[in-house]
Design a protein around this ligand. Sequence first.
Ligand code: SF4
Length: 407
Amino acid sequence: MKTFNVPVIYRSPLISAIKNQRKQQDRMKKDFSPTLLDFGPLKILLARHFGFCYGVENAIEIAFRTVEENPGKRIFLLSEMIHNAHVNNDLLDRGVQFIMDTAGKQLIPWEDLQEDDIVIIPAFGTTLEIETRLHSLGIEPLKYNTTCPFVERVWNKAEQIGKKSYTVIVHGKPGHEETRATFSHSRSNTPTVVVKDMAEAEKLAAYINGTTPAESFYTVFKDQYSPGFDVTTDLQRVGVVNQTTMLATETQAIADYIRQVITAHYQLTEATVGERFADTRDTLCYATNDNQSAVTGMLLEPADLAIVVGGYNSSNTSHLVELCEEKLPTYFISAPEHIHSAGEIDHYDFHHKQVIHSDTFLPEKERVTVLLTSGASCPDALVEGVIRRLLSFYGLEHKADEMATAD
Ligand code: SF4
């Protein structure tokens, strides 16, 4: 896979050494067991896959290069480039300005933009409406485009099945930048509806098989369907795509469920189901799959707690937290500094969207085992920072240097 020129501040010699070693031992990526870092009283089990994905490194390379190559020019990002405060703040420090916040609220009026301004499209992509708006301002929207190719692959699949008259069901968070972009691209080709989880998929299924009266659809799915959507005719042939960072297993479960509902309702067979249900399996993002499978592999090991590092508004990170929470106490932090001592930590409760303080962090026992991973937009340097912080509570910080320089 292509390698990118990412600022060295985001890299970690320690993590790179571990990742390279694992890569050499398992080139086909078949082994999802964690890496054991045994420091005696502290055992850290590091997920097999974590950290920057292809799309994030691609976006960082383009954004930093654009800043470097255009001194004196005004540079804007449509919104946060990725969901990581460290990276976004580094760009803000270099003079980049955000036009919108992640929820789509305008921070800089469109009228303030000028023809010779540079506008970077973030890794999530953007809507066709915003592309048109930039055109009208004399700005070429795709000149500085960091949209991840794996997101574009979803758009292409939606277009492909849309052209074959399938309605597109997008499994995603309706307010997320990527889902808004995918919804916009898809609805330009075909009727489209967004479902955020299995519960909404079940509600949608009740319109497919007619067990819920059609009229209520427009209230239940308010703001989640394309203009002109006709629930009585537009749910007869469908395909499911996703916001790439959703739980891959949930997307698969939703697709399987809708397929089954369609099969039963239209009395189809394995041979004929394709007439009404499009196969979209090849749109799942490799990084989301790898990171989530690595957490599943890591959770097979006995441990005392899990730490997940990443931006608090990062969808892919929150799904890793969700998986860990099912098994053991889990601490979602965005930086090593949030670990104050062996006992005290400030961590994020993404269910209630608040930072909470805990004073029972590391258990007081002879050997403590910690599971550690991070989201796809989290620099490895932060994960190394967490390892060093944990080691410092045992007077073992030097072990990290020894490990980074070992052959
Ligand atoms: S998580 Fe996947 S789709 Fe999203 S930016 Fe990374 S590689 Fe691209």
